[in-house]
Design a protein around this ligand. Structure first.
Ligand code: PSU
Ligand code: MN
Length: 337
């Protein structure tokens, strides 16, 4: 009797999410699931979602394509299947074919592809555009496909001066709607980390530092000087947190913040100074008021100021979060099946 109850309870969230994708497909929604991802989901293999805004808008070509491929290889190296999510010719792709990834990474095309947040999804599909999915929209499609872990770099959040400009990324709110564990290096370096953590607290999103202490990372540096309520550096414990949340039927996600490896700490201090300079410049030249163009502009300026050291650190942390995310996905799968 007990085991029957347990089985029913543990399957509730999965059943609901999978059925949302089924329903969308039954309505002929323009979604394609890569056969490898479909097979992995059907046979309970661990799958890790990956975003493509960093391919279309975050990293310069040709590094963007190489980075996406390297990240997929890291995911595979621990026995997970990567599901790189993006929009190609007006269709949502859950798991990209190699040629589709090349298309999104292509310099000519990527200048025309859209940075897709929740509000951009339907217009981009209706107009048959290409698009790189941000954390916000990647969370939506991962949840639809019942993918429980998503690894990436920096979460969007409250921009500096956001208390006046109200520039707060839709990434944050999406974490309240999608039952997905987001494994990232904390929030983007250009943001107001303190206010972003306050906002996440208000939204009720669990924030866990993936380290021996409660220090929250600062993207390019392992520590931001801010603390969060929870920490673990063990993939099984992280997986248990996610599992407990969804056993209860809570529909929100969680943020697992992984610090950049220690060998990048020194470089991180220098890069952060460049970030501060770029933010100040964006306030002087009015770029800071340009909505979703702010982030790509700032990242490009930081690349210039650091002679691309920022890219090297960014790649290192992306591979690191992909590794930790995949280890957590393996543990989660063993709990859930
Ligand atoms: N972090 C980076 N580069 C990026 C992003 C994050 O270092 O390009 C992307 C992510 O996809 C994130 C998005 O979801 O920026 C947030 O953008 P906005 O602040 O406009 O919501
Ligand atoms: Mn914004």
């Amino acid at each position: 009797m007990f085991s029957l109850t347990r089985r029913v309870v543990s399957r509730v969230p999965s059943a609901r999410c999978a059925s949302s994708l089924r329903q969308a497909l039954s309505r002929d929604a323009p979604i394609d699931i890569h056969p490898e991802v479909q097979e992995a989901l059907a046979t309970n293999k661990p799958v890790v979602a990956l975003e493509t805004a960093l391919v279309t808008h975050g990293l310069p070509p040709p590094i963007n394509l190489q980075a996406a491929r390297d990240i997929e290889s890291v995911v595979r190296s621990v026995g997970c299947i990567p599901a790189t999510i993006g929009i190609v010719a007006g269709r949502v792709k859950i798991g990209l074919q190699s040629s589709e990834l090349e298309r999104l990474a292509d310099v000519e095309r990527s200048s025309r592809s859209v940075k897709i947040s929740r509000r951009d999804i339907a217009p981009a599909l209706a107009s048959k555009f290409d698009g790189g999915t941000t954390i916000c929209s990647t969370l939506i499609f991962a949840a639809m496909a019942n993918i429980k872990v998503f690894a990436t770099g920096g979460l969007g959040g409250v921009h500096r001066g956001g208390e006046l400009s109200m520039d707060i990324s839709a990434d944050l709110h999406e974490l309240t709607r999608c039952p997905v564990g987001l494994v990232s290096s904390g929030v983007k370096s250009i943001l107001d980390i303190g206010r972003t953590l306050e906002y996440l607290e208000t939204l009720g999103v669990p924030v866990i530092s993936y380290s021996a202490t409660k220090d929250f990372p600062a993207f390019f540096s392992p520590k931001s000087g801010l603390q969060v309520p929870w920490n673990t550096n063990d993939p099984l414990t992280a997986a248990k947190i996610l599992y407990a949340q969804w056993q209860l039927g809570m529909d929100n996600g969680a943020l697992i913040a992984v610090p950049i490896p220690e060998e990048y700490a020194e470089q991180g201090v220098r890069i952060q100074k460049a970030v501060d300079q770029a933010v100040a410049e964006s306030e002087e030249n009015g770029m800071s008021k340009r909505g979703k163009d702010v982030t790509p502009w700032l990242l490009k300026r930081v690349e210039e100021l650091t002679q691309r050291d920022s890219i090297q650190s960014n790649l290192a942390l992306l591979k690191h979060t992909a590794l930790i995310g995949s280890q957590i996905a393996v543990q989660y799968q063993s709990l859930a099946s």
